[in-house]
Ligand binder design. Structure first.
Ligand code: GDP
Length: 299
């Protein structure tokens, strides 16, 4: 909890500390106070709809006289945020073997690093992991994944740059089935300038995987960069509409004040956050624990 607390310090500064100073010395919850609170929640990147909903809840409680002291607002907001972040998610990895995870996201969000961290995490739990380099658009992406494979001593299925990404994915599933692999992590392209093509490419990968192994991919995880704030919401909309994402991995929560975006994503899309990235090292990826997250943020 100590490390998480330290890594979330900027978000805590922008959200919780600002609330503390707003509530300090105030005697009542009036419109003026609520407007300033709204400003804080928006600036902390919770997003408009989440902020509006929280404020509406507060106004109702105030009018029913269930809430009257400004200092009680902090606890109220903490509980609301916790409720939003608590989303049911099936266990990972599931019962099926191999459990196939299609990892998607825009270039630069930390997708490849996240795959390496995830592989490291799973391997340390004694699971057999296989990586698939299905971003054939960039030669560097294939090389980067191979380098991680070497460092982590894990097999990487790859083709030549420019090859059909769904063919690589197909081969990856086949290899995993033959080798008794527990978890397959598939890296995909993230070039956003050709949105339509990218979404079609990803849909095809999804389809082809499902043909080789019915039920797969078992998960489609969208990797998002917390430092882009509200842009992460737009990215979620884009990928979720095309692919039916099953979970979110939020990276770079360390060193950003925009960590509140995690609440907005959960609220707007109802998607569970599965892992969070809090640094550049291999063990800086943590399974997301809403309870611990909220405690670290509000402590
Ligand atoms: P990709 O283009 O999405 O595959 O992105 P990369 O995996 O190459 O990562 C881009 C940069 O983000 C690299 O310098 C990573 O070290 C960095 N990065 C990834 N995750 C985190 C994180 O949780 N915290 C920080 N501070 N940096 C991260």
């Amino acid at each position: 909890l100590g490390r998480l607390k330290e890594r979330l310090s900027k978000t805590r500064e922008g959200l919780v500390r600002r609330m503390d100073s707003l509530f300090l010395g105030r005697k009542e919850i009036d419109e003026d106070l609520l407007e300033e609170l709204e400003e804080i929640l928006i600036t902390a990147d919770l997003g408009v709809s989440t902020t509006e909903e929280i404020l509406e809840d507060i106004r109702q409680q105030v009018s029913r006289k269930e809430l009257s002291q400004p200092e009680a607002l902090k606890g109220f907001i903490k509980e609301r945020i916790k409720e939003i972040l608590l989303k049911e998610a099936p266990p990972f990895p599931g019962q099926t073997k191999p459990h196939v995870v299609l990892v998607v996201g825009v270039n630069g969000v930390g997708k490849t690093t996240t795959i390496a961290k995830l592989a490291h995490y799973l391997k340390s739990q004694g699971l057999k992991v296989l990586l698939v380099a299905a971003d054939t658009f960039r030669a560097a992406a294939i090389e980067q994944l191979e380098t991680w494979g070497e460092r982590l001593d894990l097999p990487v299925i790859r083709h030549q740059p420019g090859a059909d990404p769904s063919a690589v994915a197909y081969d990856g599933i086949e290899a995993a089935m033959k080798r008794g692999v527990d978890v397959v992590l598939i890296d995909t392209a993230g070039r956003l300038h050709t949105k339509v093509n990218l979404m079609e490419e990803l849909k095809k990968i999804k389809r082809v995987i499902g043909k080789r192994l019915p039920g797969a991919p078992h998960d489609i995880w969208l990797v998002l960069d917390a430092t882009v704030g509200q842009n992460a919401i737009n990215q979620t909309k884009l990928f979720h509409e095309a692919l039916e994402v099953t979970g979110i991995v939020l990276t770079k929560l360390d060193g950003t004040a925009k960590g509140g975006v995690i609440v907005g994503i959960c609220h707007d899309f109802g998607l569970p956050i599965r892992f969070i990235g809090v640094g550049e090292k291999m063990d800086d990826l943590q399974p997301f624990d809403p309870q611990a997250f909220v405690e670290a943020l509000f402590d």
